[in-house]
Design a protein around this ligand. Structure first.
Ligand SMILES: [Zn+2]
Length: 493
């Protein structure tokens, strides 16, 4: 057994090669190759070789990956990173409370430094969880200064990002056509290669006049993909899909987020035009966009990627996404069968499918499949080692896809490389400034809380609970809960 558990750092690695030794490797290549007791060699930014007992250059740093799983870095295709400083605040929200809080009441008070704080925390959190690429759905960009701050944070972090420019406080036909927007694109985003991609992020309301057309035209002119919340109950509907389709704006690089409450005809239009859907199951289950749609997307053969949406409500790691997506899809299959007095005897959706959605699904959706998403020689080295010798949940590893989807957690993420650079080693983030992020977030929370005032702050976090009634029960003739204090949970220990 290896004795050393000292983290390696970008400085200690220098320009030496890295090799993971003795792992179960999920390559996620086109044929789904899984290798046992195999090695993965990284030279510079790229994967040099994958296979058993690789010969390596002199000076190569060896990472003992025995007992672990090496897989491609995970890819989150829809994340409002600017909201991360409010982590957990909206745990009990519905979409209605979210809209009231951000769109109507408080979204406008976010300053550029608040966007920076959220983004830097979200970026580090993603790396820690083995998410090496995040599509930052940045729709709080009230001014170009906010956008500069958001991009600063992404560039201050050694992750791979796709920046989705948006502004929920104005129409996309206003901001996307402004000279400031084009200037920002030229200044900060154009030609950044595969480390910083670009999307335009806005929703289509279904207004018959289709004012969003102007923003689609800008996207076409810039060659930028559009990402859009579609099929969100009460917000975006089939009307938006029809308008996009009728005007020729449904393209293969378009990412439709949620798409949880559309009609059959709209799913057919998405499928026929080659777009993909970013499914955020934890979000859809809790906020109310519609039932998590993988079961219906599979029926229409629509490509799927996974996303976490926002850590204002939920966790922000794709282990949760894989787990909840398997659960929601299988729940639906059982429910539909039971309604027909039938029994599901074999599950269609497998652990392997959700691991693929969390990796290749993302690289394909974001136009990055030439660079990342699988572990193949020549691709950029975005690599995750899941291994935790101190965890009773990390052995035996019998079914590696099942282990990733249902057993592993972010604390089991042992090593993470992005573009060949080590960002996490021995379960610790390395070469990043977590304290700087903490200071930025503390300052941001202090500002937001004091600006709202304590009453509004508490009210926003604790929405009213609607009245509910407990059904009459004919078997109840004495109330066993009545008066007798020893029956109370709190008195039992
Ligand atoms: Zn969203």
């Amino acid at each position: 057994m290896t004795a050393s558990t000292t983290p390696i750092t970008p400085d200690s690695v220098g320009d030496r090669a890295l090799v993971f030794r003795g792992a179960t490797i999920l390559t996620l290549d086109d044929s789904g190759t899984v290798l046992d007791d195999a090695d993965l060699l990284v030279v510079g930014e790229r994967i040099e070789a994958v296979g058993p007992q690789l010969a390596v250059p002199d000076g190569t740093i060896e990472i003992d990956a025995r007992g672990g799983i090496v897989m491609p870095g995970m890819i989150d295709t829809h994340r409002h990173m600017w909201q991360t400083a409010m982590r957990g605040y909206g745990a009990d929200w519905t979409l209605t409370q979210y809209f009231v809080w951000y769109y109507l009441e408080h979204g406008k008070i976010f300053r550029p430094e608040d966007v920076y704080a959220g983004n830097i925390l979200g970026a580090l959190e993603a790396l820690d969880a083995g998410v090496t690429t995040t599509a930052d759905w940045s729709h709080g960009l009230i001014t170009p200064q906010h956008a500069d701050a958001a991009i600063d944070a992404l560039e201050d972090t050694p992750g791979r990002f796709v920046f989705g420019y948006g502004n929920l406080h104005a129409g996309p036909w206003e901001w996307a056509t402004s000279p400031e927007f084009k200037d920002l694109h030229a200044r900060r985003l154009h030609g950044k290669g595969d480390m910083l991609g670009f999307q335009i992020a806005f929703d289509v309301t279904g207004d018959k006049d289709f004012p969003e057309k102007a923003a689609f035209e800008v996207a076409r002119e810039l060659g930028a993909p559009v990402t859009t919340h579609a099929g969100v109950w009460g917000a975006t509907s089939d009307e938006g899909i029809h308008l996009m389709h009728d005007h020729g704006f449904m393209t293969p690089e378009t990412v439709y987020v949620h798409s949880a409450s559309l009609e059959h005809d709209s799913y057919q239009r998405i499928a026929a035009t080659g777009g993909s859907v970013s499914v955020a199951t934890e979000s859809e289950q809790s906020a109310g966009q519609g039932y998590p749609p993988t079961w219906v997307l599979r029926a229409h053969d629509i490509p799927v990627s996974l996303s976490m949406d926002t850590s204002v409500w939920w966790s922000a790691d794709l282990f949760s996404a894989m787990r909840s997506t398997l659960g929601a899809d299988r729940s639906r299959m059982h429910l539909e069968a039971h309604a027909q007095e039938e029994t599901v005897t074999h599950s269609h959706l497998r652990a392997e499918h959700v691991v693929r959605w969390a990796t290749r699904g993302g690289s394909q959706a974001l136009g990055l499949d030439h660079a990342v998403g699988s572990l193949e020689p020549g691709k950029k080295a975005d690599v995750v080692l899941i291994k935790n010798d101190r965890s009773p949940a990390m052995f035996p590893i019998l079914n590696p896809y099942g282990h990733v989807a249902f057993q592993a957690q972010r604390a089991d993420v042992h090593t993470v490389l992005v573009n060949g650079r080590v960002v996490k080693s021995e379960h610790e983030l390395v070469g990043v400034d977590l304290d700087k992020a903490r200071r930025a977030v503390d300052e941001s929370v202090e500002y937001l809380r004091s600006t709202l005032g304590e009453d509004a702050w508490q009210q926003g976090m604790n929405p009213d609970i609607p009245e509910s009634t407990v059904l009459d029960n004919p078997y109840t003739y004495t109330d066993h809960r009545d008066a007798s204090t020893h029956d109370r949970v709190g008195d039992q220990v």
